[in-house]
Write a new protein. Structure first.
Length: 196
């Protein structure tokens, strides 16, 4: 009988020892276990288009903006002369932009073609009400992420009033100077992501 009791005791001790060893390892493993994983996220898209051209990594757009010059009783359509009026469009597209942003548009007559009487008179957004051109010279606004085209139309005039900078002789000399074949308007646009 003692032999059976001894075997039973040995088997019991082995089972208890293995159970304790398992519990100890399992408990110890909770503090030693390492896990590795990867975090996956999407970076916000910043693909703004101006007049159907992506601005990414560019300081100057490839395509020039072509103004529309209105006809009147004395001036043919498409001709710039004293008294001419016209406009040009800046079309901004934010369909592939994942963040809201602000824009600032500044226009000035290029210093290489100094037509002192060319003045910006107003602007409209998406064919809305024409607003007076800002005194500071900058048109500002906000665009919402993932929106389509927003058209800023800028109006200008070759001022031929009595309060203009150039008199009739200066107008004529400017028009006759072969170096002034093209009058250029510099348009700069700055985009800034809105802070959250």
């Amino acid at each position: 009988m003692k032999k059976k009791d001894t075997r039973f005791l040995i088997i019991f001790v082995v089972i208890v020892s293995l159970s304790l060893l398992y519990l100890f390892q399992s408990s110890y493993a909770k503090y030693r276990k390492q896990i590795s994983t990867q975090m996956s996220t999407t970076i916000a898209s910043w693909n703004i288009k101006v007049n159907n051209e992506l601005i990414n990594n560019k300081t100057t757009l490839t395509n020039n903006i072509t103004p529309v010059l209105d006809a009147n009783t004395y001036i043919k359509e498409g001709v710039l002369a004293p008294g001419s009026t016209g406009y040009f469009d800046i079309i901004m597209n934010a369909e592939d932009v994942d963040v809201d942003f602000t824009y600032e548009i500044q226009n000035e007559v290029d210093e290489d073609t100094p037509l002192l009487d060319l003045k910006f008179t107003g602007y409209s957004i998406d064919s809305g009400t024409t607003q007076t051109y800002p005194a500071g010279g900058a048109i500002t606004g906000n665009l919402t992420k993932n929106t389509g085209d927003t058209t800023i139309r800028v109006f200008f005039v070759w001022d031929d009033s009595t309060n203009n900078a150039m008199d009739n002789q200066a107008d004529t000399e400017y028009a006759l100077d072969e170096n002034n074949e093209n009058t250029n308007i510099a348009v700069s646009i700055h985009f800034t992501q809105k802070a959250s």
